[in-house]
Design a protein around this ligand. Structure first.
Ligand code: SF4
Length: 50
């Protein structure tokens, strides 16, 4: 099954046409012990371009 991760963070070097090209993506809680909404999560695989 093809995986598809849509991501609008175009400044990430894994981003290609608003899709994620990384072979795997790590998502963690954004400094909280129990996430209850999207801002409380974040992509750890993000890597700035350049
Ligand atoms: S690694 Fe994370 S931030 Fe970068 S394109 Fe993939 S999902 Fe988006």
């Amino acid at each position: 099954m093809p995986q598809q991760i849509k991501c609008s963070v175009s400044e990430c070097q894994y981003n290609s046409d608003l899709a994620c090209d990384a072979p795997m993506v790590q998502v963690d809680r954004n400094g909280v012990s129990k996430a209850s909404n999207s801002p409380q999560t974040k992509c750890e695989t993000f890597k700035p371009r350049g």
